[in-house]
Each structure stands twice: as structure tokens, then as C-alpha cells.
Design a protein around this ligand. Structure first.
Ligand code: HDD
Length: 687
């Protein structure tokens, strides 16, 4: 028998010089990791096989309960760099000095789907940042939307039960387009503002690198004099906000379930690090009192036009996790993790969250020692008298595990000066279960949001509402949602009703607790307005057929790379194509697995003859048909035009002929502008 081969022919990989020995978890060197211990030549496996049992038992316990919400996530390490001395507002050390860097770990997530669901459903994205500051960990656990569905934490289990899979049938997975969700929404008008955001393009992002983040609640900043101000936290994507179309998101879900995860990972591996600015809206009680809504109500924004956002730092994500489970899965965020210089507000949603996250970590990670996991450890000294518990990793010494004490030396002590002090705020009034009257206006900001959108964005919201309600089986639920939409905006309600086939005039308005007001529109709420422009960080596809002009291929590629876009060459066969000069152009993807929905803009180049096999090829035709439908910039040489003709796509300002440096430059300019919304309504597009 040759060395390294078992009797059954299986391969053994034995340790060579300098290679570590494979061991059991107790350090016992393992001789055979391929075969269990048999009693007899073809006999039963023996209970004695402790190596088999250790390995299988460990495997059986590899999964921990997934997060009840935000189960599917992707994360990265990086740093936060302070850009402004904020000591006039706060003593928080990570905001104290320009250039000061604080390590961070940031996890993005979808909300409704399970850990194994897809990356591109219509859903809110979680945006949770753990700052490892020198005064302890601060967790800013936000979303990519600045408001929330409910005003009081006591409604959270109901909201989540409504949006998750329906409990009897176990579907739909990762989708809000079903009866229970809209039933809940239709009976909870406070969710209307968030619904407007959820039905906007924000919930179908192109990339996790292209979403904004929000702390949602109003928090407090406290300075050295003990003076406090209110604050709202905003993360602004360096690449700007960009979204897919709905049809594109659906197709991506089929083509690459890990689309966002892969994109984030690959960008960081390439050294194309995503960045965000951290902005603060800082305001005092007098400003809060002057607003026509309550700043403690998490279903409201404070428009930037009223309280401007001041940039105080930036976050750069520059390192992928080394191990998905140990870091991305085991990271434990809690809004109650804060640092001196910050404090909570009385927002009843935030107050409930202060309990929920600690509790959920106990169930997910199984022990109050979850803070000892490497990803959760503070990067400053941690010292107290808490002891023992499951999975205690530390070995505390000495006989003193209590306070006050006098028996030890160098034991941890309180510091009234440097320690965290809750603001000594006075609270008065009867103890009761209530919703403040100041939380009663559920429609004005929903209207403000809708009316602040550009026309294409409004069209997408109408389509999204019609799609979601079109999936609702119960007519009464659809009608009830429409009765709220009338109060948001009559044209919106009518447009949705038309798409559902509901007769004009048959929608009656709900009775609002408070009459909605017309607030001045806030153009900064539109994501089109906040798009950064440019090709930096964007992923483009070049579909190349045999015999394509080598010079044009290289000119196009160089120009795109100079604009700091990522270019993937797609060919019918993964080995690549021969160009006009006989050279082989290697492909990054085969056509069958690389539909155009995966890319921000596309180019098709080929030799006339080389293009022939693609003209009748459904995947090649779909490549261009979808690029057209998804409003992308399309660059074509003569052979590419033949394919465009075969695919039957139209022609407009964002379909460009490529022949030389000049035409390529023109294409780059058009592609940099993002989606070509002017195409909407043309044959072959959605609206
Ligand atoms: Fe939550 C996870 C964001 C309201 C209870 N939430 C979770 C995560 C994010 C948010 C980003 C994932 C963190 C991670 O990546 O591990 N949640 C929000 C925002 C909210 C919000 C922005 C409203 C402003 N959440 C909210 C309420 C409750 C919870 C009102 C309960 C009363 N959230 C949880 C949770 C989760 C969670 C059940 C599941 C996993 C976890 O905490 O660690 O405790």
C-alpha cells in the first residue's frame, strides 16, 4: 500500500517538515482523520472512538441561533477618523481630536430574511458600527433609513412577526409583500412614513458601499461642563447612494444570492476601501420645541434644511474579517453600549432597545461572557468584580471579588470624574402606559418624503406599493392601506389604485388622529440628489466576442480603470476570446453566469464574425435587453450594434457607439451619471 493511502483508497495528507500536526481539541496528534474506529474489518463503529465523537459533537453544535432579525449580514474592519474637535458638545474621546483614529467593526444586514436568504430583497439594511474607543465600546446600531416603523418598543415583536414568514406556512422568506405585513401596517398608521422609505429605491441598494446610515433616534451629547444637546447621527456613503431597479434586484437574487456580500468583500480585497462621513445634527431643547413634531418620536426626521448636518469624521473599511463565524456572526451590538459624553433620550423605542439587545446576546451567544469573544472585546482595560459564568475565558486572581473591599491592592475603583454619569434629568408625571399626543401626526412626514422625491423616484414608489399590495390576497387589507395613502398624497393613492385596478373614487380616506400638514419639501431626502456621480467603485461589464478590435478593447478598459471603475470581461466561454491581433483576452466571467443585472453599466464589443454565434443566443440577447430595461449606459461597437438589433433594444442618449478614444470618453461620461431615468416608459422598460 503506498504511503498516505488508506486501504479503501482514500487520500491521507500526512504532516511534512515544518507543517503543524493535526490534533484533537485536547492537543492529541491525530494519526488518521479519514476513518472511524471499526470493530472488525467491516464491523460496526465503536463507541470508544473518542476522536470521531469529539469531531461530530463539535460539528453538531456549530450553529448558534441566528439573529431573530438582521440574521443575514456582512461585515468589515476599519477605522473611524475624527475630523473635528467636538469638545464644545461632548467629552467623547473618539470625537475629541482631529486625526484621532478609533478601530471599528461594521456589520450590514437585511432585516427580515434568515441567515441563508438572499442579499437583494426589498428590505431595510442594518448599519451597525462598533467603535472600539479608548473609553470602552460604543455601538451605533442604525439602519440605512432614518426613521422606523413603530414608535414604542412594545410593538417590535408584533412588527417582526408580521413581516417574517407567516407562521403556519413558513413563507414568504425575506419579503414584505404578503398579507400579514400589510395587515399590520394598515392598522398601524404610525408606520406610514417608514413605509414611504421602504417603498423607495433605498431598500434595493446596488451595493452596501452605496448606502447611507442613520442612528435613527435622538441621542444626547454631553460636554465637560455637563451641558447637553440633542444629536442625530448620519453616515453618508463616499460613493453616494445608488440603487438597482426592482426587476434588477429580483434577477440579481437568482444570479448571485451573495451579491452584496461578494461586492463588499471583493472591493476591500482589491484595496478599493468604502468610506462614509459621519455627520451630526446637533440641536438644543429650544430648537426641539420649535419643531412641528416630537424629536423623541422615531418615525420623524429633522430635515437638513432645518438643522444642518455637520461632518465630524469619516469611517474607512479596509480589512475583511478573517473568519465569518468568529467575527461577523459573533459580533454583539447593543445600543446600551455607549461612552462618556453620550447619553440616551426618552425615545420609547430606544428605551426598549436598551433591554432587548443584551437579552438577545444571552440567547444567541449563550453566556453573559459574550464580551470576552475577541470581536466583542473592548480595546481598553476592562476590570470589575463580575465572575464566572459559562465559557469564562479569563482566570481572575486573588480572593477579592466584591466591593467595597480592603483586602487586596491595585483593585479597580470607581471614578466620578472619568466614569460615565447619567445626566441628572428630572422626570415628572403620573406612571402610565400611553402614547404622547405629540406623537399623533402619522401622515405629514410621509407626505413630506413623497413630495420631496424626484418624478422617477415617485414612480418607483408607486410601482413598489402596487407590487407589494398586488401580492396581498385580502382585499380589505389592500383597501385599508389605500385609505392611508390618500392622506399621504391623493395622486399617489390614485396611481397605486389604478395599478391595482381599484375603481376611481372608491377609496375612502382613513380618519387621522391629527390632520396632516403640508411641510416644505426637503430635496436632500432624494437619493438622486445625493448621488456622488463618477465611476469610482462602480463595476462595469465588457461582453467581448471573438475577433473584437484589440485596440478598442484596451482603450476602453484603460479608460474605465483610469476612472477607477472595476471592469469584468465577460465571454461566452470562461477561457476567454481571441482578439483581432490574435492575443487571448482572459474572461472574468462566462456569459451564462454573468447576466448584465450584476453590473452598473455594460459594453459589447466583438468581431463581426465572432458575434454571429451570440446573435441568436438567449443569454446574450438578455444581456442587452436587461441592460436596456435596467436603464444602464450601453456602449457598442459595430458588432455590438448587431446584437442590440437582434435583442430588439431601443436607442437613446445612453446607448453609445464606441470606435475610438473620443467615443469611449463620451460613454464614460454618460455611464458616470448612473441610471438613465429618461428611458423609463420606452418600450422594454418598466413604468
Ligand atoms: Fe434592532 C438587531 C437596528 C429597533 C431588537 N437591530 C439589529 C441590528 C440592527 C438593528 C442594525 C443588527 C445588528 C447586528 O448586525 O448584529 N433595530 C435597529 C434599528 C431600530 C431597531 C435602527 C430602530 C430604530 N431592534 C429594534 C427594537 C428592538 C430591536 C425596537 C426590540 C425591542 N434588533 C433587536 C434584536 C437584534 C436586533 C432582536 C437581533 C440580533 C441582535 O439584536 O443582536 O435584539
Amino acid at each position: 500500500m503506498p504511503p498516505g493511502t488508506g486501504q479503501g483508497g482514500e487520500t491521507h495528507q500526512t504532516a511534512g517538515v515544518g507543517q503543524p500536526l493535526l490534533t484533537s481539541n485536547q492537543g492529541l496528534p491525530v494519526a488518521d482523520n479519514q476513518n472511524s474506529l471499526h470493530g472488525g474489518y467491516r464491523g460496526p463503529t465503536l463507541l470508544e472512538d473518542f476522536l470521531l465523537r469529539e469531531k461530530i459533537t463539535h460539528f453538531d453544535h456549530e450553529r448558534i441561533p441566528e439573529r431573530i432579525v438582521h440574521a443575514r449580514g456582512s461585515a468589515a474592519h476599519g477605522y473611524f477618523e475624527c475630523l473635528r474637535d467636538c469638545s464644545e458638545w461632548t467629552t467623547a474621546s473618539f470625537l475629541s481630536k482631529p486625526k484621532k483614529r478609533t478601530p471599528v467593526f461594521t456589520r450590514f444586514s437585511t432585516v427580515a430574511g434568515g441567515a441563508g436568504s438572499v442579499d437583494t430583497p426589498r428590505d431595510v439594511r442594518g448599519f451597525a458600527v462598533k467603535f472600539y474607543t479608548d473609553e470602552g465600546n460604543f455601538d451605533l446600531v442604525g439602519n440605512n433609513i432614518p426613521v422606523f416603523f413603530i414608535q414604542d418598543a412594545i410593538k417590535f415583536p408584533d412588527l417582526i412577526h408580521a413581516v417574517k414568514m407567516e407562521p403556519d406556512r413558513g413563507f414568504p422568506q425575506a419579503a414584505s409583500a404578503h398579507d400579514t405585513f400589510w395587515d399590520f401596517v394598515s392598522l398601524m398608521p404610525e408606520s406610514l412614513h417608514m413605509i414611504m422609505w421602504a417603498m423607495s429605491d433605498r431598500t434595493i441598494p446596488r451595493s452596501l458601499r452605496m448606502i447611507d446610515g442613520f442612528g435613527v433616534h435622538t441621542f444626547r451629547l454631553v460636554n465637560a461642563a455637563g451641558e447637553w444637546r440633542f444629536v442625530k447621527f448620519h453616515w453618508r456613503a463616499g460613493l453616494g447612494v445608488e440603487s438597482t431597479t426592482w426587476d434588477e434586484a429580483v434577477k440579481i437574487a437568482g444570479a448571485d444570492t451573495d451579491y452584496h456580500r461578494r461586492d463588499l468583500w471583493e472591493a476591500i480585497e482589491r484595496g478599493d476601501f468604502p468610506t462614509w462621513e459621519l455627520g451630526l445634527q446637533v440641536f438644543d431643547q429650544a430648537t426641539a420645541d420649535s419643531l412641528p413634531f416630537d424629536v423623541l418620536d422615531p418615525t420623524k426626521v429633522i430635515p437638513e434644511e432645518i438643522v444642518p448636518i455637520e461632518v465630524v469624521g469619516r469611517m474607512v473599511l479596509d480589512r475583511n474579517p478573517s473568519n465569518f463565524f468568529a467575527e461577523t456572526e459573533q459580533v454583539a451590538f447593543c445600543p446600551s453600549h455607549l461612552v462618556p459624553g453620550l447619553d440616551f433620550s426618552n425615545d420609547p423605542l430606544l428605551q426598549g432597545r436598551l433591554h432587548s439587545y443584551l437579552d438577545t446576546q444571552l440567547s444567541r451567544l449563550g453566556t453573559p461572557n459574550f464580551h470576552q469573544l475577541p470581536i466583542n472585546q473592548a480595546r481598553c482595560p476592562v476590570a470589575n468584580f463580575q465572575r464566572d459564568g459559562q465559557m469564562q475565558m479569563q482566570v481572575p486572581t486573588g480572593r477579592v471579588a466584591y466591593e467595597p473591599n480592603s483586602l487586596g491592592s491595585r483593585l479597580p475603583r470607581e471614578s466620578p470624574e472619568r466614569g460615565f454619569n447619567s445626566l441628572p434629568l428630572e422626570e415628572t408625571g403620573p406612571k402610565q402606559r400611553l402614547r404622547p399626543e405629540s406623537f399623533a401626526d402619522h401622515y405629514s412626514q410621509a407626505r413630506l418624503f413623497f413630495r420631496s422625491m424626484t418624478a422617477p423616484e415617485q414612480g418607483h414608489m408607486i410601482n413598489a406599493l402596487a407590487f407589494e399590495l398586488g401580492k396581498v390576497e385580502t382585499g380589505a387589507v389592500r383597501d385599508r392601506v389605500l385609505s392611508h395613502l390618500v392622506l399621504v398624497d391623493e395622486t399617489l393613492a390614485q396611481a397605486v389604485a389604478d395599478k391595482l385596478g381599484v375603481a376611481a373614487g372608491s377609496i375612502s380616506a382613513a380618519t387621522p388622529a391629527r390632520t396632516p400638514q403640508d411641510l416644505p419639501p426637503s430635496p436632500t431626502l432624494s437619493q438622486v440628489a445625493s448621488r456622488a456621480g463618477g465611476l469610482k467603485g462602480r463595476h462595469l461589464a465588457m461582453l467581448v466576442a471573438e475577433g473584437a478590435d484589440a485596440e478598442l478593447v484596451s482603450t476602453t478598459r484603460q479608460a474605465l480603470e483610469k476612472a477607477r471603475a472595476r471592469v469584468s470581461v465577460i465571454a461566452q466561454k470562461i477561457e476567454g476570446v481571441k482578439l483581432s491581433d490574435g492575443s487571448l483576452l482572459k474572461a472574468d466571467g462566462a456569459l451564462a453566469g454573468s447576466p448584465s443585472c450584476l453590473f452598473g453599466a455594460v459594453i459589447v464589443l466583438g468581431g463581426e464574425e465572432g458575434m454571429q454565434p451570440l446573435l441568436g443566443h438567449p443569454a446574450a440577447q438578455d444581456f442587452l435587453r436587461d441592460a436596456w430595461r435596467h436603464l444602464k449606459a450601453i456602449g457598442l461597437d459595430a458588432a455590438g450594434q448587431q446584437l442590440a438589433q437582434a435583442a430588439g433594444i431601443g436607442n437613446d442618449d445612453a446607448v453609445l457607439m464606441l470606435s475610438d478614444r473620443k467615443t469611449v470618453a463620451r460613454y464614460l461620461k454618460v455611464a458616470a451619471a448612473g441610471k438613465h431615468f429618461a428611458r423609463e416608459g420606452q418600450p422594454g422598460t418598466d413604468v
